[in-house]
Design a protein around this ligand. Sequence first.
Ligand code: OSB
Ligand code: MG
Length: 368
Amino acid sequence: MKIDRVVLREIRLRLRERFEISSGVRQDRRILLLEVEADGLKGWSECVAAEDPSYSYETTETAWHVLTEFVLPEVIGQEIDQPGDPLRPVGWIRGHRMALATVEMAAWDLDARRRGVSLAEHLGGERDAVEVGVSIGLQPDDDALLRAVEGHLEAGYAKIKIKIKPGRDVEMLRRVRDRFSAAPLMADANSAYTLEDLPRLRELDELDLMMIEQPLPYDDLREHARLQEEMRTPVCLDESIRSVRDVELALELGSCRIVNVKPGRVGGLSSSIRIHDFCGERDVPVWCGGMLESGVGRAHNLALATLPGFSLPGDISESRRYWEEDVVRPEFRLEEGRLRVPDGPGIGVEPREGRIDSLTVRRAEFGR
Ligand code: OSB
Ligand code: MG
């Protein structure tokens, strides 16, 4: 089947709550949605690039630029046999994985629809529901954090991730641990520390955390290995991992014991599966991270998290955790700590085109 039309839209969607992490704050999301059409079928995807280059060098704007100038014009007329095929003509592009992943992921949705199977099944997934967690941004004070943790535990989330940064770490988490002695807690530093903070980071070992995510900078694999040697708490890498090669190096060095897989960050779902398989052979748990996606990106993440090696709850919270109103139907709803995986063809939820059009601030169309 040949791709005959693609439409890229930028929509604006306001998070119900501002989301603060060590590297910045988000509230008004600028999200790119891609629609890829072939033989009368449509595949959908979402670009996870953020508004500013704090998490990654990619932004909504760089992704728009790379997709509209270099990628999408080449995709028209491409024959798809495998989901990676539409990207063959642009193999020369360096980096910009979030932009490229957008095309690959839409092609996966399209390919699943063509075969009449769910994306989860097409990826090799094995579950019809997935245990999920929630990621809590930096709060104005500890009491606000305690209230948030309590609310999310009551809602049934299976993992509570708490953002930390220097000055808002050990004492704050100790209060959470004292209050919720058995809760499945973890911390995410988004690269806010250096090895000079080793004594401080080692204090986290007393708090019985499932893991500490990305304590050190994204290019410090060697330093993460030093840190992991000195800590009992497993280190999980997020920003450092852009491909299976990064995982190979990280595991060889001992930089982490757990890997956060975000399909956008690693260039797509095929790359995510390679990481899943590589980690599985080495008994390294993986889980699916999140990038404050709308329901379109969330559907892809949920499908990926049905693979057997995704043995820890993902950052895939229900729609209303993020949005007053999502852009897909039905919205994602938490049921006993899990999200049910849609079983319709492809991503299995329906993008609400009318609502999406009304949120669209720019649109680029190629083909036909
Ligand atoms: O580090 O995992 C992260 C959101 C934006 C950028 C980076 C991260 C996050 C989250 C949110 O933690 C996870 C979610 O989508 O709920
Ligand atoms: Mg993270």
